[in-house]
Design a protein around this ligand. Structure first.
Ligand code: ATP
Length: 237
């Protein structure tokens, strides 16, 4: 197998004295859409924070294309190629959609500039029609699209999406799902944390299941779909 774009090896993460992650291993290959699934409180967001450098592991490593990034400040991790979209949608509310995108524009880790505002507007036509609108006036779903678009403007090697469907109406969840599928089909490498397994079944190529801070299963999405025992036990379907 090729060197994974993103690898977490034996990560132990603590908040103060409480250990939250216990030796988490995770590997995402180029072009995969990996779902990190688990119940509320299982440790999905903490895994993302550990990767992004916000909650650095006390043991273990995070590697990007084989190079260690753990221990680096979050802005350096971002610059190395990890595009993290946190759960709370962070847009600049008093700035236009266009400005939100422009301020996020950055060459990728190897100087590539694949994502431009023009390219974003082709892939996110809904944002194109709102380019002069204040971001704070967008709906929750539109803000979610804008945060994903802004992160792509940094030309990352991998996109980390933390619960992109959370708090959105079913029709909006479908639109976000279509968008992520489109990015997947364009070859964008994605790691997506979700409680909503059904959302991920139609999007992801691979799945890793986390429970009480430990990885309990990792396989292709089709294998997960055929494994009732895992779904019943850890995903409460
Ligand atoms: N800042 C913090 N301080 C202490 N404990 C925390 C903190 N943030 C999260 N936790 C605890 O860590 C555990 C894992 O939380 P985490 O947010 O990673 O789970 P999650 O799988 O992302 O769930 P959710 O879907 O609720 O976000 C939970 O028990 C949570 O209460």
């Amino acid at each position: 197998m090729d060197t994974p774009i993103l690898e977490m090896r034996g990560a132990n993460v603590f908040y103060g004295a409480s250990q939250i992650l216990f030796g988490v291993n995770l590997a995402v290959q180029r072009g995969q859409t990996m779902a990190l699934l688990g119940r509320n409180g299982a440790g999905k967001s903490t895994t993302f924070k550990a990767i992004a450098g916000i909650a650095p592991p006390r043991g273990g490593q995070v590697l990007l294309s084989g190079h260690p990034v753990s221990g680096q400040a979050p802005y350096l991790v971002a610059r190395a190629g990890i595009g993290y979209v946190p759960e709370d949608r962070q847009v600049f509310p008093e700035h236009t959609v266009d400005d939100n995108l422009i301020v996020a524009a950055k060459r990728g880790p190897r100087g590539d500039r694949h994502w431009t505002t023009e390219r974003i507007y082709e892939v996110f036509p809904i944002l194109a029609g709102m380019r002069n609108r204040m971001a704070g006036r967008l709906s929750g779903g539109e803000q979610q699209m804008l945060t994903i678009a802004r992160t792509l403007m940094g030309n990352p090697d991998i996109l980390l999406l933390d619960e992109p469907s959370e708090g959105l109406a079913p029709i909006v969840v479908r639109a976000i799902g279509d968008l992520i599928r489109q990015l997947r089909d364009m070859g964008v490498t994605i790691l997506i944390a979700e409680q909503n397994m059904h959302f991920c079944l139609g999007i992801a190529t691979h799945a890793t299941v986390i429970d009480k801070g430990q990885v309990v299963y990792s396989a292709t999405i089709d294998e997960l779909r055929g494994n009732d025992a895992i779904m019943q036990r850890y995903l409460a379907v």
